[in-house]
Design a protein around this ligand. Structure first.
Ligand SMILES: [Zn+2]
Ligand SMILES: [Zn+2]
Length: 212
């Protein structure tokens, strides 16, 4: 145990200036931007990731939307991704909007995010466990078994299916969202996610399944 804590001893969280403006294609009403991402020496180095996830992208359109959810399936908000599955997106989200990184992060590309985060601000993430959700685990080739979320009882108790159901619904909106102006895109997506959150809350209060 002492050995695992040793790299964090005597080190502090990388302090960055206060954030003055938010990303224009993002919306996280309960998680305002607190500080800037910061610049790290690891940003200049080429990534030598061990795990190559399977996946592709469209040649002209943005690769997708980055969404975050609480363990009960409520969506905190979204941000447009500029690069497919870049660990920089979740890293920037966590570093700029949280006082300290959350205790548990369940994420599709978590193995690469973990390496990316520990190479930049290890103390900020020193109390964080990162795992891959059950659905995406099979896409991870040459990944460390420790990232397999379903092997942990505390992960099995979290219903990641709600997130997948919302992602499946978002996919249905893809063809119309992709060709909207930025203003219409933001408005439509905000309204859609509000509707999903509202329905989920209403259904959980009445003890029914999410049917939004
Ligand atoms: Zn919750
Ligand atoms: Zn992996």
């Amino acid at each position: 145990m002492e050995k695992t804590r040793a790299p964090f001893k005597g080190r502090e969280i990388h302090a960055t200036p206060v954030c003055e403006s938010d990303h224009s294609l993002s919306f996280f009403p309960s998680l305002p931007c607190l500080r800037k991402r910061g610049v790290y020496s690891a940003d200049k180095e080429k990534s030598t990731s061990g795990c190559q996830k399977n996946g592709g992208r469209h040649h002209a359109l943005f690769p997708g939307i980055f969404t975050t959810f609480c363990p009960h399936g409520i969506c905190y908000g979204f941000e447009v991704m500029e690069c497919a599955e870049s660990p920089n997106r979740p890293f920037t989200f966590l570093k700029t909007r949280f006082e300290r990184a959350p205790e548990i992060i369940i994420y599709d590309n978590t193995c690469n995010l973990h390496q990316y985060a520990l190479n930049r601000d290890p103390v900020f993430f020193s109390h964080t466990r990162m795992v891959v959700d059950g659905l995406h685990w099979d896409n991870h080739t040459a990944c460390a078994i420790g990232y397999k979320g379903l092997d942990y009882p505390f992960i099995r108790r979290i219903n990641t299916q709600i997130v997948e159901q919302n992602n499946a619904k978002l996919k249905k909106l893809k063809s119309s969202l992709s060709y909207m102006t930025p203003a219409h895109f933001l408005m439509s997506l905000k309204f859609f996610l509000w509707h999903c959150n509202f329905t989920l809350k209403r259904c959980s209060q009445s003890g029914r399944n999410n049917t939004c």
